[in-house]
Design a binder for this molecule. Structure first.
Ligand code: SF4
Length: 364
């Protein structure tokens, strides 16, 4: 049983109260897990929620401890545990020649991942009853923290600077789904090509399954190393409730898409997000992960964390015990397979900061 894995799980499900300590203050809104900041514990950098309502009531809090050091306090214990916050990266100080701040184009995730949302709008977000209920993709637009669409040249310019100034190791590109049958794959391919012309950095693209599988080959040729296509939840009733629009794409369609993508990118270079805690049973998540691993797909399980301003902002996170049960079962299946977070070229599973799964994989 991973001691650090259990602690990270605790922090990710409860969040951490943060009295606005300095450093890289993380991010709010946007696509994927959010309202969190990076903390390094025993050399492992993880993202923990600090901005949502749950975090304010968490038994865990950050405290300043001596010269700019930070410690993690737990209400139930006297002991303080030293942790580190990450610094704001140097590229956040720069802007393009047209005056667009680099941080409106891409953000530092974890310790060394550059992440961007190429298109900050989504066909599924027009109507909140139709959108994925956990998602905040258009919220950061309303607050003018980002721009609607990042051009390939802008992303390439920021990636070059982030590698040179901050030692960034990989680029993760996600997108809202455009109204086209490539489902965002064209944007991914064009941007990957522009980035690879300026800087050699592993790239993960994330999009819905494109209608025509030729796009897997095009993305790969353009310089995409790994691909993420995200199931989020798996049981039929949970899919309809949480993904009212996206659940029109059947699970069977996803499984076919995974097979086609693995043929192009290779076993272990395709992954999916599974958000635990939204109604799927542990058995369903584990059975789905079994199937994914057999197809060559890494099941990146993360605890659902409510994001402020979304329809699920008051939905509870899963319990630590539930997550530990799911992580333990999936990690043992990963260990028995040829797939691991470590051998992935790029992507959320490689970064691992939003989940404790990789700690269970290595039993840390
Ligand atoms: S796991 Fe993905 S979303 Fe989370 S910090 Fe890493 S790159 Fe960002």
């Amino acid at each position: 049983m991973s001691e650090l894995g259990r602690l990270v799980t605790e922090l990710q499900v409860h969040g951490v109260a943060d009295p606005a300590l300095p450093g890289n203050r993380g991010r709010r809104g946007g696509a994927g897990p959010s309202d969190h900041r990076a903390l390094t514990i025993d050399g492992t950098t993880v993202m923990v929620p600090v901005y949502n309502t749950a975090a304010k009531a968490s038994p865990y809090s950050l405290e300043a401890s001596g010269n700019s050091a930070v410690a993690l306090a737990n209400q139930g214990s006297e002991a303080l545990r030293p942790v580190e916050t990450t610094l704001e990266p140097a590229f956040y100080q720069l802007s393009t020649t047209e005056g667009v701040p680099y941080r409106s184009i891409a953000l530092l995730h974890g310790r060394d991942v550059l992440a961007t949302t190429l298109l900050q709008t989504c066909i599924r977000f027009r109507d909140r009853t139709d959108s994925c209920q956990f998602c905040a993709i258009e919220q950061s637009l309303e607050d003018a923290r980002t721009i609607v669409r990042k051009t390939p040249a802008q992303v390439a310019e920021v990636a070059e600077a982030a590698v040179r100034l901050d030692g960034v190791k990989q680029l993760v590109m996600t997108t809202g789904t455009p109204n086209s049958d490539d489902r965002g794959a064209r944007l991914m391919a064009e941007t990957a090509a522009a980035v690879k012309q300026r800087v050699q950095i592993p790239i993960q693209a994330q999009c819905e399954p494109p209608d025509d599988p030729i796009w897997y080959e095009r993305m790969k040729q353009a310089g995409v190393d790994s691909l993420g296509m995200h199931l989020e939840v798996v049981e039929p009733e949970v899919r309809r409730r949480i993904l009212p629009g996206k659940s029109e794409i059947t699970l069977e369609h996803y499984y076919t898409a995974f097979e086609q993508a693995v043929e192009v990118f290779g076993r272990g270079q395709v992954s999916t997000y599974l958000l635990a805690g939204l109604g799927d049973s542990a058995e369903s998540l584990i059975a789905c992960s079994d199937k994914l691993i057999s197809l060559g797909v890494y099941p990146f399980v993360v605890p659902f964390v409510p994001i402020s301003g979304t329809p699920l902002e008051h939905h509870p996170a899963p319990s630590t015990d539930f997550m530990v049960e799911v992580y333990t079962a999936i990690a043992s299946r990963l260990r028995a397979s040829d797939i691991s977070s470590d051998v992935m070229a790029a992507g959320c599973a490689k970064c691992g900061a939003c989940s404790a799964l990789s700690l269970f994989e290595t039993d840390r």
